[in-house]
Design a binder for this molecule. Structure first.
Ligand SMILES: C[S@@+](CC[C@H](N)C(=O)[O-])C[C@H]1O[C@@H](n2cnc3c(N)ncnc32)[C@H](O)[C@@H]1O
Length: 448
């Protein structure tokens, strides 16, 4: 069966918004299922990510023009309307009349003629009043303004306004709404930087080195990295920039014995192994046994031989030996990844943060027991929620007097991270930093 870009987009958005699917997985699945041409893929990707990103903004407008609220509408109808309005509001390349007609066609495909009439009526009346649409005022009502204009859930905006103030929250939300850069990490076990760039360029993939961050390259044209020979040959790993930084800050040495407590799919594990020049040992643990294969596959592709995988709950796991270095790259709310996976905005709930913070402290407490005297432990998350970051570290330090916090200021300096992202000696990257991601890194040292 074949489908066009808009049909694919509405199915994907429906699955994400109404059934809790993950955008990247559903998108890959539907692209394969419907065998979409490149042009249709491009349009579908733009529509899916754009309408997920701007969902609250679109709903704010729809609620002013429809005779029933978006949350009371039929589920297909509301997602069809969101896609149509997204094109009208944000895509200059698509004429409004085309966006309108195509959306009405979608309503006929997925609903019935009554729904098509309803969709047509709303979009046409929005088109007549497009210049008059108003949002809550930033000055008098900052939370509601940011919530609808920048499209974020109220609880997130409130949490960030409390922590970062209104101005920075606007910048954070605006940065999270940008399309993030694609970053890859050079595998020094197999290629030099020049060889990697030349190999990629030979198949039309352009890259630029990111100054001050070793092994990191930005992919400057859109391309299918997974299909390249360089990928299959293990010349690089696709990895976020902040995550690469975590590996450097961990700074493992050849012959170290290392524990990576929450390791799958192995992005950081494989980086650590490379930094250790494939010498020593890494125990790569994850709660989910079925994810270990992902780590092993990455290791095989990248030519890594020092990783031993195991499955277990990091909160209670026991080890017979002690480690020189431990990484706790904890499960977290993932709010730092909103630019990449915008559905996180709508799927995470405030109560998730409380239970994650408890889990993170338990993981850290257990990991600490297996660190050698003078050993180092890195704690990282891909979120900007204080409760999951510095608060976890401070609780850990209060309960473990044999540990001290390592000041990461000089590391930050070396890696080109400015002091605004240093928080009491740890690193809290906000999306206003270069790659639209949020990330936290703290380093702890065992005294004796
Ligand atoms: C942030 S991800 C790790 C990403 C990985 N370090 C990388 O760089 O590719 C967190 C991982 O923790 C695992 N996890 C969740 N709960 C856990 C637990 N109680 N013990 C150990 N691992 C856990 C998840 O399965 C997930 O793979």
């Amino acid at each position: 069966m074949t489908k066009n870009g808009r049909q694919t987009a509405v199915e994907a958005v429906y699955r994400v918004n109404e059934e809790g699917a993950y955008s990247n997985l559903i998108l890959n699945h539907l692209f394969k299922k419907y065998n979409l041409a490149d042009q249709d893929r491009g349009l579908a990707t733009e529509l899916i990510y754009g309408s997920l990103r701007m969902r609250n903004h679109l709903d704010w407008i729809l609620n002013q023009f429809a005779d029933r609220r978006v949350n009371k509408m039929d589920k297909w109808t509301r997602n069809i309307l969101r896609l149509g309005l997204y094109q009208i509001r944000f895509l200059d390349s698509i004429p409004d009349a085309v966006a309108c007609n195509e959306t009405v066609e979608l309503a006929k495909d997925y609903q019935h003629s009554g729904a098509a009439g309803f969709v047509n009526g709303i979009l046409r009346s929005i088109l007549r009043s497009l210049d008059e649409i108003e949002f809550p005022q930033l000055k008098s009502n900052p939370v509601q303004h940011i919530r609808y204009k920048y499209s974020f859930p109220q609880w997130m905006v409130e949490t960030w306004v409390k922590r970062y103030g209104v101005e920075l929250t606007v910048d954070i939300c605006s940065a999270f709404n940008q399309i993030p850069s694609k970053i890859i990490r050079q595998n020094r076990l197999k290629v030099t930087a020049e060889e990697l760039q030349a190999d990629l360029a030979s198949v039309g993939i352009e890259t630029e080195a990111i100054s001050e961050i070793p092994q990191a390259f930005r992919v400057t044209n859109s391309s299918s990295l997974f299909q390249s020979n360089s990928f299959t040959a293990g010349y690089f790993q696709i990895q976020g920039l902040a995550s690469i930084i975590a590996g450097h800050i961990m700074n493992p040495q050849p012959k170290d014995i290392v524990l990576d407590l929450c390791s799958a799919p192995g992005g950081k594990t494989t980086h650590l192994a490379e930094l250790m020049a494939n010498q020593g040992e890494i125990v790569a643990n994850d709660l989910h046994e079925d994810k270990l294969e992902l780590i092993e596959r990455n290791c095989n592709r990248l030519g890594i031989r020092i990783v031993r995988t195991r499955a277990g709950d990091g909160r209670s796991l026991k080890f017979e030996k002690k480690f020189d270095r431990i990484l706790v790259d904890a499960p977290c709310s993932g709010l730092g990844m909103i630019a990449k996976k915008p559905e996180i905005k709508w799927q995470k709930k405030p109560q998730d943060i409380d239970s994650l913070a408890e889990l993170q402290l338990e993981l850290l407490n257990n990991a600490g027991r297996f660190l050698k005297p003078k050993g180092e432990l890195v704690y990282s998350t891909c979120t900007i929620t204080h409760q999951e970051n510095l608060e976890v570290i401070n609780k850990f330090l209060a309960q473990n007097s044999d540990f001290e916090l390592v000041d990461l200021s000089s590391w930050a300096d070396k890696l080109g991270i400015s002091s605004e992202f240093i928080l009491e000696g740890s690193i809290q990257l906000l999306p206003t930093w270069q790659t639209n991601e949020g990330f936290f890194i703290a380093k702890l040292k065992k005294r004796v």
